[in-house]
Ligand binder design. Structure first.
Ligand SMILES: Cc1cc2nc3c(=O)[nH]c(=O)nc-3n(C[C@H](O)[C@H](O)[C@H](O)COP(=O)(O)OP(=O)(O)OC[C@H]3O[C@@H](n4cnc5c(N)ncnc54)[C@H](O)[C@@H]3O)c2cc1C
Length: 389
């Protein structure tokens, strides 16, 4: 067994890095670009099209669906390089909808959606949570009623990114209200630009928004049902396993840690360089260990995906560990920067262009989005350690 990347993999990593460095808009490296914010969404899509032009966005997909049938490890290297350089390239189409359609989609769905996802032609939003359904997702109430060739949708979905002008939503809706709650749900793909869809923005505590989407008699053709009718819970749950895994967190963390280390080398407190402070040094080193551990866990998940296995407890482990690690990292940044760390990106005194203040608030949302840390621990306990429910 060889634990190193091959020389071809290393060459590929360099090629991706060089391309991004030469093409990246000048300020992306220094600020948190948010693909779910309208002012960034267009730029992100433009940049993803360039990456798609190189065949990189979905390189591990089969050629017939817009991929290059490349080894999964290459896709992981690509994702890692993107996250390290602050490019939000791994959208939910590439990361979640595409893999789910390959597992459960009809041939017609694959032919229509996969090449468009590969070319970054579709922006998706995720319609899982509802105002009264979060962790207990199976209690969702949005109804999809069969009517001729269509489903008619009524209800609402919250906390998603639809405000950035998403084209399609992948959603869970109740198709049989009389069945046990996990067994009356279906997985649908809904076009967003149609009458009956209302999108309202909700401000977040950091400089961003999420959306509340209301559906009033919205028609979805039955051909947009993914998987079996009333069995959408299982499709939706498999999608979560793709969502929760991801090498992007340790890659983003590595970059931020490097920036915090740079700050410590350039700044002093009480007349002493921060980089010479024993406590600061050991906290930075401890953080480096955590990031490396997280990276290796994500590699294991990527390997499972390359073997056509769906990571489940493994995805929950990386999700819980990775998101909580991000909080620890931003908190460390906040502590070494002292009061300056609390300045927002508008302040000319803010170190790292206010990324610490903004990211610290955002990082707490990370432990909630895609299933809270408590829910991940429940998954690890039951499916990983086989403890009773
Ligand atoms: C930044 C952000 C982005 C998001 N993006 C999307 C999106 O794109 N699409 C989408 O559909 N949703 C999205 N969400 C919603 C997210 O999935 C939910 O917020 C999450 O599932 C928790 O649901 P809730 O907010 O209703 O909290 P609740 O479910 O009400 O939970 C409240 C508290 O109780 C705890 N708790 C609940 N049940 C249990 C249990 N069984 N065991 C132990 N503890 C429990 C929780 O851990 C939490 O601490 C996003 C959320 C955030 C913060």
């Amino acid at each position: 067994m060889d634990f190193r990347f091959s020389s071809e993999d290393d060459d590929f990593r360099r090629e991706v890095g060089d391309f991004v460095e030469s093409e990246l808009p000048w300020d992306w490296r220094e600020r948190a670009v948010d693909a779910e914010e309208p002012e960034d969404a267009g730029l992100v899509r433009e940049f993803k099209r360039k990456l798609a032009g190189n065949g990189w966005l979905t390189m591990a997909w089969p050629e017939e669906y817009g991929g290059q049938a490349a080894p999964h490890i290459r896709q992981m290297i690509f994702n890692e390089e993107m996250a390290y350089r602050g490019v939000p390239a791994g959208d939910s189409g590439v990361r979640m909808v595409g893999p789910i359609l390959m597992l459960y989609g009809t041939e017609e769905q694959k032919q229509f959606f996969l090449p468009r996802i590969a070319q970054a032609d579709i922006d998706w939003s995720q319609g899982y949570s509802e105002p009264d359904s979060g962790s207990d997702l199976a209690s969702l109430q949005t109804r999809a009623v069969e009517d001729g060739d269509d489903f008619v949708i009524n209800g609402s979905k919250i906390w998603n990114g639809a405000h950035s002008g998403s084209d399609w939503m992948f959603m869970l809706a109740r198709t049989d209200p009389d069945a046990p709650k996990h067994r009356g749900i279906s997985f649908l793909l809904t076009e967003m630009q149609q009458s009956g869809v209302t999108v309202e923005k909700i401000p977040m505590m950091w400089d961003a928004h999420r959306a509340l989407v209301t559906f009033e008699d919205v028609r979805v053709p039955k051909k947009n049902l993914v998987g079996e009718l009333n069995r959408g819970w299982y499709v939706g749950a498999a999608l979560l396993d793709f969502e929760r895994s991801g090498v992007d967190r340790p890659a983003r963390a590595k970059r931020l840690l490097e920036d915090i280390v740079g700050f410590c080398k350039e700044n002093s407190r009480n007349g002493k360089p921060l980089a010479e402070d024993v406590t600061v040094r050991s906290r930075l080193a401890e953080m480096a260990v955590q990031i490396e551990s997280c990276r290796l866990m994500c590699y294991a998940v990527a390997w499972m995906q390359s073997q056509d296995m769906i990571p489940n407890r493994e995805a929950s482990i990386t999700k819980a560990y990775g998101t909580e690690m991000m909080i620890r990292l931003y908190s460390l940044g906040m502590q070494v920067m002292g009061l300056y760390g609390q300045l927002d990106p508008e302040s000319s005194w803010a170190p790292l262009r206010g990324r610490i203040e903004n990211g610290w608030m955002r990082s707490h949302g990370g432990t909630v989005a895609a299933g809270t840390s408590e829910i991940q621990r429940n998954v690890i306990a039951t499916r990983g350690l086989e403890l009773p429910r």
